[in-house]
Design a protein around this ligand. Structure first.
Ligand code: FAD
Length: 500
């Protein structure tokens, strides 16, 4: 039986939601885990697979889109987009005027679609970004806990030396020629599974275009780690295909959630309301912002901190690709990045550029990078009442400091190797795709919009547990930090008996 008798809802099942579900359940609490996307573990395979690969997309690939849409929109002028049927697919896009935020939908959230790169930030940078958090405790307790629970491991030399990482080797050599070091990037992809893929012993997955639309085998996403442990307790009830559309505070201090359940084709199956005493907000930076901005605009939550909606950022994300002339990067590319160009010193010019595959199934003579930069600018969420939609003020001018930093690094690499930028991959012929992010962060920053454990100021019993807590950037790919911070916060909240 519930130790407290309190009704607990967790909204969203990505990193923050999965940590909360597991740790609450282990402490004896029961909770509803409300997720707008599919339970992919229970989806019937089609042609032997649940998720689709990049080159053979279907309605399962993207969230209600009639065509695929990836950051590299053309190659040699030919669109990469492919027609698909609309459905509750795994990869979604949250669209704003000058920013497309890519997100995962389904039990497991972003872990279903992400690149598995599991990087602990430099401690000095973490201290700069989140000085309100005890870094000693994070690096002694919570980062190790997150790394272990997520099954993080460094890439094996065997795989790095294989043809599947030829694209990484070339980028590494060319970075070295310009005086830059590259570092290995740990991952939650199972490296021994990948070795078996390479040997032809098991179905190919990360080695066969399974990345942005989900991964069928080797990736240890949250359904294989935190969510598996949470569900095994029998105390967590997943409510899938169900979006929380409104969050309202009731006069007795409990919260009323409005729920809309759809089927795979998007037809509304039911709408209802449910009352909870405690609400964990883990809908991701954009999902959480939408609920909070809407609730404030409709007056269903009032008295929140003015910090709500502030300090958003794309983790300084930019994509950039270099054309290498006659140097091939191989058409056999692992979809799981394993190294990054490390030009990070915590200063404004810092760049960490993960060496990313260009999983198009053809030889492209291209080095592709997803760069993380130390962009000082913030975006702010708002609410447009006329269209009843979330707004975000982010544009190219705000992205510019990140572009300048990445350009300084890539210019040097180009000069040292006689190579150039590709202008045929990204929208508008841009060399630096500054119009999208895989790493949305901020909007309900820890200690500002919330108290120091994530409890929303002005809404007692509502706890923010996702990427919203981190102001704008963290210097590396963010899910390890989101996980570790959620571990810290749930520990503090349980110790303070906030669910009791
Ligand atoms: P999310 O994981 O986004 O989870 C939020 C969940 O809430 C989703 O499942 C969503 O469907 C659900 N939801 C939203 N709104 C509602 C609502 N109103 N009602 C019900 N449910 C709702 N990070 C890394 O560290 N390494 C990588 O290699 C990496 N690669 C990436 C590649 C891609 C293509 C993408 C898109 C992201 C990548 N990321 C990577 C980023 C990482 O996945 C995110 O930072 C992380 O998932 C965010 O965790 P979260 O808990 O904040 O929310």
């Amino acid at each position: 039986a519930q130790p407290s008798g309190r009704r607990i809802a967790i909204i969203g099942s990505g990193y923050g939601g999965a940590v909360a579900a597991r740790r609450l359940a282990e402490a004896g609490y029961s909770a509803d885990l409300i997720e707008m996307g599919m339970d992919w573990e229970r989806a019937a395979p089609v042609n032997g697979s649940v998720f689709t690969k990049m080159t053979a997309p279907s309605a399962r690939s993207m969230w209600f889109q009639d065509h695929t849409e990836v950051p590299f929109s053309t190659i040699l002028g030919i669109p990469t987009s492919m027609p698909i049927k609309k459905g509750a697919g795994a990869l979604g896009i949250e669209r704003f005027a000058h920013m497309k935020v890519y997100v995962g939908h389904g039990l497991g959230g972003g872990s279903l679609v992400n690149g598995a790169m599991a990087v602990t930030p430099r401690r000095s940078f973490f201290e700069q970004v989140l000085p309100q958090v005890d870094a000693e405790e994070m690096y002694a307790t919570y980062f190790p806990r997150a790394n272990s629970a997520l099954h993080v491991a460094p890439p094996t030399q065997q795989m790095l030396d294989s043809k599947w990482y030829g694209f990484t080797k070339v980028a590494r050599e060319q970075a070295a020629r310009a005086g830059f070091t590259t570092t290995q990037v740990p991952s939650v992809y199972d490296w021994s599974y990948m070795a078996q893929e390479a040997a032809g012993e098991v179905p190919k997955s990360g080695l066969d275009q399974e990345i942005l639309y989900g991964n069928n085998h080797g990736k240890q996403d949250l359904t294989k780690t935190y969510l598996k442990a949470a569900l095994a307790t029998g105390r967590i009830t997943p409510i899938v295909m169900t979006e929380v559309t409104d969050l309202a505070r009731r006069s007795d201090g409990s919260y009323r959630l409005s729920l809309r359940t759809i089927n795979f084709d998007g037809d509304v199956v039911s709408t209802r309301t449910a009352v909870y005493d405690r609400v964990v907000l883990a809908a991701g930076s954009v999902g959480t912002a939408r609920l909070l901005q809407r609730a404030q605009a409709l007056g269903t939550l009032s008295g929140l901190s003015p910090a709500v909606g502030q300090q958003w950022g794309p983790n300084g994300n930019l994509m950039v690709a270099r054309y290498l002339g006659l140097t091939p990067t191989g058409f056999s590319q692992s979809c799981m990045p394993a190294m990054g160009v490390n030009a990070w010193d915590d200063g404004p010019g810092s760049v960490f550029a993960e060496i990313a595959p260009l999983p198009l199934g053809i030889e492209t003579f291209t080095s592709n990078y997803l760069a993380v930069t130390n962009n000082p600018n913030f975006g702010t969420f708002g609410w447009d009442s006329s269209s009843a939609s979330l707004t975000l003020d982010w544009d190219s001018a705000k992205a510019a400091p990140g572009v300048a930093a990445a350009k300084a690094v890539m210019d040097k690499i180009n000069r040292a190797n006689g190579t150039c930028y590709r202008h045929d991959l990204f929208e508008g012929g841009k060399a630096f795709a500054d119009y999208f992010s895989y790493h949305p962060l901020g909007g309900a920053v820890l200690g500002e919009a919330t108290d120091l454990s994530g409890e929303l100021k002005g809404a007692p019993g509502v706890f923010v547990m996702d990427g919203s807590l981190i102001p704008a950037k963290i210097g590396v790919n963010p899910f390890v930090t989101i996980t570790a911070l959620a571990e810290r916060n749930i520990d503090r909240l349980l110790a303070a008996k906030r669910f009791a």
